[in-house]
Design a protein around this ligand. Structure first.
Ligand code: MG
Length: 386
């Protein structure tokens, strides 16, 4: 049951829209969604797929850094590794690329973590959710991301989302600060009864965040995501005491050691879980368990995940019972992908597949169509080649 071969496929998927963060666009249409897929094969010929999908300006990693780290350090460390020893696989990867406040190049490590999980679940003939051992939900509602420069544009985007079936809207704020409250108000008033929350991606000072929180309370908004800098524990704690609304931490929830520190300092009440930012399912499930046992709220999130990351996240979020709409917005931004058949989504609700692994099949001919140089690499146990 050892890993025999790992193939690396950098690809570019066409996108249909641009997401703008306070630091600027996360990617242009010309860049598209760039990801690094890995195909892991064991000695019996079972396969598993994983992917690294960094989001420039959100993450410190890039597609190029992920491809290099996987090819040169992480994949070679896992050749010959027992596919059922996921903890040991992470220990090996962490010996190659050190951990810090986060697991150390977590998005690159996530690709191999996902491939291992997919492979072992396929070997066992069970879904990832079954392997996680929790069936709190069998479907996950998706939220639409609203990134608008004016309240009118926000209302238009929200109307379009309602027509597609969305019941949740996450509003990007922090880059048009004087208009932010009006932009959120436009979404709330256009989508009554829906779950609406803003995400500032660390864009506010403490004073600005407190003012915004008071305005959001008047709108009845339940949650405010990452208003202040992820490293500013004082501001996160102060904000909790200044408002009755829930403060969600996303960028701050980068790794278990820092989350433990936030819990000790009583500076956290809600975590946004992204599978990729914490290094894959292995750490994401630990963070979910830690949060639930500490009485924290969990919300689901992502980095415009392509279908492998998307599917793995849906299994995890369903296992951990994330009832609010989640910000898994790959389907909103990615125009074409590499699946043989589409992931099951009905009226913007993702249905958890029951078939083995993540429940999706990669079409390798399509992968070739989206290939991004340099060419695909193949690493075998007996030799390394590229
Ligand atoms: Mg966020």
């Amino acid at each position: 049951m050892k890993v025999e071969r790992i193939e690396v496929f950098p690809v570019r998927l066409p996108t249909k829209a641009v997401l703008t963060l306070p630091r600027g666009p996360s990617r242009t249409l010309a860049e598209g969604k760039r990801i690094v897929l890995v195909k892991m094969t064991d000695v019996d010929g079972n396969i598993g797929w994983g992917e690294a999908g960094p989001s420039r300006r959100w993450s410190a990693e890039t597609t190029e850094s992920c491809a290099t780290s996987i090819r040169e350090y992480l994949a070679p460390a896992l050749l010959g590794h027992d596919v059922f020893d996921i903890a040991g696989a992470h220990a090996k990867m962490n010996r190659e690329l050190a951990t810090g406040m986060d697991p150390g190049q977590p998005i690159a490590k996530c690709a191999l973590d996902l491939a291992l999980h997919d492979l072992l679940c396929r070997r066992l003939g069970i879904s990832l959710q079954s392997w996680l051992g929790a069936k709190r939900l069998d479907r996950i509602r998706l939220a639409r991301l609203v990134s608008a420069a004016t309240p009118e544009e926000a209302a238009d985007l929200t109307r379009a989302g309602l027509a597609e079936g969305y019941e949740g809207f996450k509003v990007k704020v922090g880059h048009h600060k004087h208009l932010d409250l009006d932009i959120v108000r436009a979404v709330v008033e256009t989508a009554p009864g829906c779950y609406v929350w803003p995400d500032a991606n660390q864009g506010y000072s403490l004073d600005e965040a407190i003012r915004m929180a008071r305005g959001l309370e008047r709108l009845g908004v339940p949650l405010f995501e990452q208003p202040v800098a992820m490293s500013d524990v004082y501001a996160m704690k102060k904000l909790l005491s200044a408002t009755a609304m829930t403060i969600g931490l996303d960028e701050a929830a980068i790794g278990i050691p820092f989350v433990i520190e936030l819990i000790r300092r009583e500076a956290v009440e809600c975590l946004a879980i992204k599978v990729s930012k914490v290094g894959g399912i292995h750490y994401a499930r630990q963070m979910c368990d830690l949060a639930l046992n500490a009485g924290l709220k969990l919300i689901g999130s992502g980095l415009q995940d392509a279908p492998i990351g998307f599917a793995a996240s849906v299994h995890l979020f369903a296992a951990y019972g994330m009832v609010e709409p989640v910000d898994l917005n790959g389907p909103q931004f990615i125009a074409e992908d590499y699946l043989e058949s589409p992931f099951p989504i009905e009226r913007m609700t993702a249905l958890v597949p029951a078939s083995p692994g993540f429940g999706i099949a990669v079409d390798e001919a399509k992968l070739g169509r989206y290939a991004l140089g340099p060419e695909t690499s193949r690493l075998n146990r007996s030799r390394r080649a590229s």
